[in-house]
Design a binder for this molecule. Structure first.
Ligand code: MV4
Length: 448
């Protein structure tokens, strides 16, 4: 097992990783930008190294500085968390070249899944259901119209280099198609330096259901149930839950086996998430795979009792999975609310500032993952997630009542937060009955 790990991230996920390392007897090295000298992850790690100026490109994305910090401190492995360098195949490769273990999948798997059109092709080949659309990248203009005609409108044009909702365009009919394709290409080129696009049928009101998987270096792979992440706003998830309230046990097992097949098709190793869209008829379609630990991983931990960060570390250290599919028996229901420093009255604008008072909730079935503390000043350079509130319950009713109680207990003063908005969702009748899809927030709560 590793003696020392460098955590190449900040905020709640850096704290999350440090906690598990401590439980495993592994020393930690934090890295931080000049804006994060007083950050909690810096205080909690055994050692810390400043890696540059506040803008991410000059610190948390600065590969040479991070590699140097690892070498200087003698860290044998790097955990990238999520965002920043977590899904950068070059970073994974450079780590390995410098004889530092990247705690994540092989660079080739990141690459295969990172190019979304390529991922689609590989999934089709592996027999994983995908949304009807183009086989892979779109090339000739003529063929685009033909495919759209064949699958029927509306269609969605997605950037191959995009993901998570970035670089998408919907075309409602053949008149709109040419323009949508042109804009999508231009946007993809501008945003990612890669104008590659592909096409899918645009599904109306799907649910976003994702499967957590773990795979070791010996070809063993398991799924750890699903997360329903349908409650999002502008492609930012707000609330996640497990199990998905509409999945039957049969569908769950089928999607789980499919997710494992998807992972095996790219020789996946580590923790990963296979994203599906689920329609009202119970059809499910692969859309993307996230090759990292995700923000919403705690809900899976709460029902399975498995520490996903510990599993990632053990897998990276070359240990075989310590359990089989039949050993994984999810228990109860878990919810996660993402608490952002944002002013929901002003279009969710970020609200950096000093935390004057901070009193997190507690009690049975309540977990808080956060990187803030009283007196801490939230810098303006990074994303606005300041805490994740996770609750567990025997059933959906109990977990929602517990979440409401915990949201009301939570005191964060000094900055505006999304707590009141999250509470309003917990009280929304559509949410309470589980009747939501990816357009729920826009339809029921924004009405613009
Ligand atoms: C879709 C879709 C419908 N049909 N793909 C958004 C996040 C990214 N992971 C994929 N996303 C979607 N992909 C097909 N074929 C609907 C979404 C979607 C969405 C699209 C437009 C506006 C808002 C949305 C919110 C959630 C999901």
């Amino acid at each position: 097992m590793f003696k020392k790990i460098l955590v190449a991230n900040r905020g709640e996920i850096a704290v999350r990783i440090i906690r598990t390392c401590r439980e495993m007897g592994i020393k930690t090295v934090a890295v931080y930008s000049e804006a994060d000298r007083e950050a909690l992850h810096v205080k909690m790690a055994d050692e810390a190294v400043c890696i540059g100026a506040p803008p991410p490109g000059r610190s948390y994305l600065n590969i040479p500085n991070i590699i140097s910090a690892a070498e200087m401190k003698g860290a044998e492995a790097i955990h990238p968390g999520y965002g920043f360098l977590a899904e950068n195949p070059y970073f994974a490769e450079i780590c390995e070249r410098q004889k530092i273990t990247f705690i994540g999948p092989p660079a080739s798997a990141i690459e295969d899944m990172g190019a979304k059109a390529r991922a689609r092709e590989l999934m089709i080949k592996a027999g994983v259901p995908v949304v009807p659309g183009s086989p892979g990248l779109l090339t000739r203009e003529r063929e685009i119209a033909e495919i759209a005609e064949a699958i029927g409108y509306p269609v969605i044009i997605k950037a191959s280099a995009g993901g998570g909702g970035r670089g998408m365009r919907i075309a409602l009919n053949s008149e709109e198609l040419e323009r949508s394709v042109r804009t999508a290409r231009a946007e993809a080129e501008a945003a990612f330096g890669d104008g590659g696009i592909y096409l899918e049928k645009y599904l109306l009101e799907p649910r976003h259901v994702e499967i957590q998987i773990l795979a070791d270096k010996f070809g063993n792979a398991v799924y750890l149930g699903e997360r329903d992440c349908s409650i999002q706003r502008r492609h930012q998830k707000l609330i996640e839950e497990t199990p998905c309230p509409v999945l039957t046990q049969q569908l769950r097992e089928e999607m789980g086996a499919t997710a494992v097949r998807a992972a095996q098709a790219v020789n996946y190793v580590g923790a990963g998430t296979v994203e599906f869209l689920l329609d009202r008829l119970g059809n499910y379609y692969f859309i993307e795979m996230n090759t990292r630990i995700q923000v919403e991983h705690p809900v899976t931990e709460m029902v399975t009792g498995i520490d996903l960060v510990a599993e990632m570390i053990k897998i990276a250290a070359g240990e075989p999975l310590g359990f089989k599919q039949e050993d994984i028996k999810p228990n109860g229901v878990a919810l996660e609310c993402r608490i952002n420093a944002e002013d929901t009255n002003f279009n969710f604008r970020p609200c950096p500032g000093v935390i004057k008072n901070y009193l997190p909730p507690g009690g049975f079935g309540v977990r808080v993952d956060s990187g803030i503390y009283p007196g801490y000043s939230i810098p303006p350079y990074y994303d606005s997630l300041i805490a994740k509130l996770i609750t567990w319950g025997k059933n959906r009713h109990e977990v929602i009542e517990r979440m409401k109680r915990a949201l009301r207990e939570f005191r964060i003063e000094g900055v505006e937060t999304t707590i009141p908005f999250l509470l309003s969702i917990m009280e929304n009748p559509y949410f309470v009955t589980g009747s939501v899809d990816t357009h729920f927030v826009q339809r029921c709560l924004e009405e613009e």
